[in-house]
Unconditional design. Structure first.
Length: 494
């Protein structure tokens, strides 16, 4: 049974090993690592998420304190000065007393759900007076008295089953919910950062392509213009060459505006201002698409942060129902105490006493508050359970969709590569055809634009596959920030 439960994790580890951050022709861009570092250092939502997790950890540590013994120490010191006492025919002046009463007290939550309390106190009193003999004392010297007391008590609600476990569960589920929410937000921010990074890379790539076309169109226009003056080309050919150049300049303006918007986002959210606007190849994160949808679905159903949040919320409601019943249930109080008193004089007097107490407490009428509260929790549990089932179905569908997307994009990559080769051949042969006057400059520009579109499609397909892969891993509960940073450092040696 244990070996079977480990199978999805083993598969996922093997599957992650197949993920590369470089192609044989190129090292991955260090800028991706810079984006992750900038996300950690500058993005306000990332910092807020880290603070929320730290607060949850502190709250969990503080909350677990109720499961440990609670001990208190108090040391009250009191005094009384009797300014004037008159009894019968005797008048006493200057009578005073001082009492110091240090006390230790402690409590402990029992596994049965009851509460055990203990206390130990010591009271030391001294009194004196000035004046004539007093009915309260036969001596003018200070009188000392000491009282030692100890008590042990227990309060046990008549609900024993699951109370202690519910107390522990309530603490753990609250923290686990926050931890899962933290991972969900963290992965969402990482995916957004990667999307911004890829958008920047694609914008640079698009600008590079259009600039390449612009260079060719400029050379073509100058050549046609020169040869037109020699009578080798018609006026229509010259106009077409000029129109092609103007269209390319318009396309370049749009591409540069998109790049500017992408750079502005990198600067605003990540504090990055890339100096090197060289695109290169967009790195393919997936070397081989060996997908096993069933294993990934099983892992996602177990570790997906959103499902983990729902399950912990559900467990928290179940714990609340038990604790609510415990607080409403009848309870028995029992205790024993011992007291020892001694006067510290030449003829000391001692007193020993022991006492017992037993009590019963029950709520006879609360206006239906408890039943309504239990019914409310029942409805909440029912609704959350239905939502959990719905989210599980949606997650299975999403995982399968992503695996299908990766498989489709992998196959499309092979097709697009062939199309690119064909488009490049078509464009290069078109250049020769144009030299021979068999096609117009407009035809040649269309072939060039077609080659650009195929090249951009290849890059977009790679990005779509990468993002599908990363989202798939995020759905299976992997910390994408830590995983990506480690992978990049391993591949680049940074």
């Amino acid at each position: 049974m244990k070996a079977r439960s480990m199978a999805p994790k083993i598969f996922l580890t093997v599957f992650l090993t197949a993920v590369l951050l470089q192609t044989p022709a190129e090292e991955p861009s260090p800028m991706l690592l810079q984006v992750l570092q900038a996300l950690e250092e500058h993005h306000p939502a990332f910092a807020a998420n880290e603070a929320a997790l730290a607060a949850a950890e502190a709250g969990y540590s503080s909350g677990r304190g109720v499961l440990k013994p609670q001990v208190e120490l108090s040391t009250p010191l009191s005094g009384t000065d009797y300014l004037r006492i008159q009894a019968a025919e005797t008048e006493v002046n200057g009578l005073y007393s001082v009492t110091a009463s240090p006390q230790f007290s402690g409590s402990y939550l029992l596994p049965s759900g009851g509460n055990l309390s203990v206390s130990l106190s010591d009271s030391l009193q001294v009194s004196n007076y000035d004046g004539s003999p007093s009915p309260y004392s036969q001596s003018s010297e200070a009188e000392w008295a000491n009282t030692l007391a100890a008590s042990l008590g227990i309060r046990q609600p008549l609900v024993f089953r699951g109370v202690y476990d519910a107390t522990v569960s309530r603490l753990e589920t609250a923290f686990n919910t926050e931890a899962a929410n933290y991972l969900s937000i963290r992965n969402s921010l990482v995916l957004q950062a990667l999307n911004d990074f890829y958008e920047y890379k694609l914008s640079v790539f698009r600008v590079d392509l259009v600039r390449w076309r612009q260079k060719n169109d400029q050379e073509m226009f100058r050549r046609v213009e020169r040869e037109f003056e020699m009578g080798l080309w018609s006026k229509g050919t010259l106009v077409q060459a000029q129109a092609s150049l103007l269209q390319t300049e318009a396309d370049l303006l749009k591409a540069e505006q998109a790049l500017t918007a992408s750079l502005r986002r990198l600067s605003s959210f990540y504090g990055l201002e890339p100096a090197d606007e060289t695109a290169g190849e967009i790195v393919d994160l997936l070397e081989r698409a060996d997908q096993k949808g069933e294993d990934l679905i099983e892992t996602a159903l177990r570790d997906n942060p959103d499902l983990v949040k729902l399950r912990n919320s559900l467990a928290g409601l179940e714990a609340d129902r038990i604790l609510q019943a415990k607080n409403h249930a009848p309870s028995i109080d029992a205790g024993v105490s011992y007291s020892y008193n001694r006067t510290l004089q030449e003829d000391p007097a001692e007193t020993h006493s022991i006492s017992f107490n037993v009590g019963f407490h029950a709520s006879l009428a609360d206006g239906g508050t408890f039943q309504d509260a239990q019914r409310q929790l029942g409805y909440q549990i029912e609704g959350l359970s239905a939502r959990l089932r719905e989210e599980e179905k949606s997650l299975q569908h999403r995982v399968q969709t992503l695996t299908d997307t990766i498989e489709r994009n992998t196959r499309l990559a092979e097709l697009y590569t062939l199309q690119e080769e064909a488009a490049r051949f078509d464009y290069e042969s078109g250049q020769k055809d144009f030299e021979m006057g068999q096609i117009t400059s407009k035809d040649l520009m269309e072939r060039q634009v077609h080659l650009e579109n195929i090249t951009l499609t290849i890059q977009s397909n790679t990005i779509e596959r990468n993002m599908a892969l990363l989202e798939l891993y995020a759905l299976t509960g992997i910390d994408m920030f830590q995983w990506l940073r480690n992978r990049i450092k391993e591949e680049t040696g940074l």
